[in-house]
Design a protein around this ligand. Structure first.
Ligand code: PSU
Ligand code: MN
Length: 334
């Protein structure tokens, strides 16, 4: 799609009419409302970063969730990219939220949001409910509207004991079927990391650790004992991988794993003990979508909020890296 901004020979009025015409044709799904700013960025292939919203609705307590979401958007802007937080508000999928939207959604006692993955989406829309999109739900929407770069904290994965529970996050399957690049701090060790990496390989997902080591990060810790198949040294290199994947029309995702900044990292051994404790405290009958939010809140309790501080720091860092990648990608796509 060529950018209408390059049509600089026509008058401003014609330009606006043409722009409106192109707008309604670019994303014509009646369930999706893309903000003007984000739509403009998509059409002109400007740097834009998709952001998920389950972090806001189910990952952190109110009001820290709102403060974090707003600050993350600020980080993306500071690097020269446009943030596109994706969420469902009263049955409509929004791509690009206002601060009022974020506030409304984050006050979960009144917004009563549903954690929305692929299987939940049609139900939430048709019942005019609100929802935080998981990594799976966000990839799905980002792919439909054409945002190739997406930042989050951590993705879901294969749970420990999955051989008995079959608990494998839909995030991994979605990553396997849309050509979106996800920037995350790997996965939490509440999951089975080696099995998660195996599953990503099966799904055809590129996995690379961002920086100078191939250690796959475990969210709060820079190490997990597992290795990424690749190292990606810079935002420019990451952008080249994404561009090649687009050129090849691979339609399978990419995971850029960014280790948490040293200053906020917690020790792998300590966190493993905390996670073991959180897992032990879990009701054995708990299942499905409640498992991840429960474990996250237990870990925060057991570390007296320290894990939450690390969580916020790594999301901001990932947003910065994603913005830098999207800036480099925009240069390659012009
Ligand atoms: N992992 C985290 N923090 C999170 C999540 C995962 O460290 O907030 C959220 C993400 O939105 C992810 C979802 O997509 O949980 C995965 O949930 P499940 O395991 O139920 O698929
Ligand atoms: Mn699950």
């Amino acid at each position: 799609m060529s950018c209408y901004r390059t049509l600089n020979k026509i008058s401003k009025n014609h330009f606006l009419i043409l722009r409106r015409f192109l707008r309604t044709n670019v994303i014509s799904n009646p369930h999706i409302k893309v903000s003007e700013e984000v739509q403009d960025a998509i059409e002109c292939k400007k740097p834009v970063v998709a952001l998920e919203s389950t972090i806001i609705t189910h990952g952190m307590p109110y009001p820290k969730n709102v403060v974090c979401a707003v600050q993350v958007e600020g980080v993306v802007r500071k690097q020269g990219a446009i943030p596109a937080t994706i969420a469902i508000i009263r049955g409509k999928i929004h791509v690009g939220l206002s601060e009022t939207d974020i506030n409304m959604l984050g006050d979960t006692s009144s917004s009563k949001p549903i954690k929305t993955s692929r299987r939940d989406l049609a139900y939430v829309i048709s019942n005019e409910m609100s929802g935080g999109t998981t990594v799976c739900g966000t990839i799905l929407v980002a792919d439909q509207v054409g945002i190739p770069v997406f930042a989050t904290g951590g993705i879901g994965g294969v749970h420990r004991g999955a051989d008995k529970t079959f608990d494998v996050s839909a995030d991994l399957i979605e990553l396997g079927k849309s050509g979106i690049a996800v920037i995350s701090s790997g996965v939490k060790s509440i999951l089975d990391i080696p099995k998660t990496l195996e599953y990503l390989e099966t799904q055809g997902v590129f996995v690379g650790t961002f920086g100078d080591s191939n250690e796959f990060p475990a969210f709060y810790s820079r190490k997990s004992g597992s290795k990424s198949p690749y190292i990606v040294q810079s935002a420019k290199k990451a952008a080249q991988i994404i561009k090649s994947s687009m050129d090849m029309d691979l339609k399978s995702g990419m995971l850029f794993a960014v280790p948490i900044p040293e200053k906020y990292a917690l020790s792998y051994e300590t966190m493993n003990e905390v996670i073991e404790q959180a897992l032990k405290s879990m009701d054995p009958h708990m299942e499905g979508k409640q498992v991840t939010p429960y474990l996250l809140s237990q870990v925060a309790k057991l570390t007296s909020g320290k894990s939450l501080e690390s969580n916020i720091a790594l999301i901001k860092n990932n947003a910065m890296v994603a913005a830098n990648i999207s800036v480099e990608l925009a240069k390659l796509r012009q």
